[in-house]
Design a protein around this ligand. Structure first.
Ligand SMILES: Nc1nc2c(ncn2[C@@H]2O[C@H](COP(=O)(O)OP(=O)(O)OP(=O)(O)O)[C@@H](O)[C@H]2O)c(=O)[nH]1
Ligand SMILES: [Mg+2]
Length: 219
């Protein structure tokens, strides 16, 4: 839920969701580092909050706050969920108030089913709001590895899960973009672009769609 404070600051919540070890924490780490080091349209304010186990796996969530450098009143609260199955009730809590979601796939072929399970859980928690009210984007992560699934294979999953609209459906304009990504800082690929697109779509839903996917005038 986009929040506007009395001093006209706008807070937007963006959530990274996906199975354990798919790379969510690494993505936010990389996003933080690269926006701190380079001049981008967002910059981090303060540090990242990471609540993790000794293994590095997220125990509760990660959170970072980024500020738009063009629209200084706009802030993004960026969260990642803890992907291990046992944290399901926690994920439901963290999801509350999400304005934009990025689903992070561990694209290694042998994890196909685990990713579907994580997507189904997100769908259930979102109760029909994905795409219609909450922009959804996909990162097909770890594409630096061999033996990974392709974007068209994942598109098929989105279709089976009814998270894809065929033209001429008006919502087809807002179908998730599938980014073939690598979250590792030194080999990073599509980390900034996917975040930027999620932020952009979220703003459009808020400004032109009054909290829903903007459709053209005839609709
Ligand atoms: N090769 C490769 N490894 C990655 C990539 N992204 C993350 N990893 C590695 O995968 C492991 C898990 O990454 P995390 O970022 O902790 O995964 P997570 O999704 O936050 O996991 P949970 O917190 O348990 O849900 C780490 O060893 C990362 O270095 C990637 O794009 N390519
Ligand atoms: Mg994590």
């Amino acid at each position: 839920m986009v929040r506007v404070t009395a001093d006209h600051r706008i807070y937007i919540k963006i959530l990274y969701w996906g199975m354990a070890s798919s790379g969510k924490t690494t993505i936010v780490d990389t996003l933080y580092r690269l926006t701190k080091e380079q001049k981008k349209d967002i910059e981090p304010t303060g540090n990242l909050t990471k609540i993790a186990m000794a293994s590095g796996s997220t125990l509760y969530f990660d959170r970072g706050i980024f500020q738009s450098t063009k629209e200084q009143k706009v802030y993004y609260h960026v969260y990642t969920v803890a992907g291990q199955s046992r944290f399901s009730p926690l994920r439901k809590k963290i999801f509350k108030g999400t304005d934009g979601a990025i689903f992070v796939v561990d694209s290694q072929t042998h994890l196909f089913e685990d990713n579907i399970e994580s997507l189904k859980e997100l769908k259930k928690v979102a109760k029909g709001t994905l795409i219609k009210e909450i922009p959804l984007l996909v990162m097909l992560n770890k594409k630096d590895l061999t033996e990974t699934i392709s974007a068209s294979e994942f598109e098929q999953i989105l279709k089976e899960e009814e998270l894809w609209y065929e033209v001429p459906h008006k919502l087809a304009l807002w179908n998730p973009i599938i980014y073939e990504s690598c979250a590792l800082y030194n080999k990073r690929r599509e980390v900034y672009r996917s975040f930027y697109e999620c932020a952009r779509r979220t703003a459009l839903y808020h400004i032109y769609g009054n909290g829903t996917a903007p459709l053209d005038k005839e609709s």
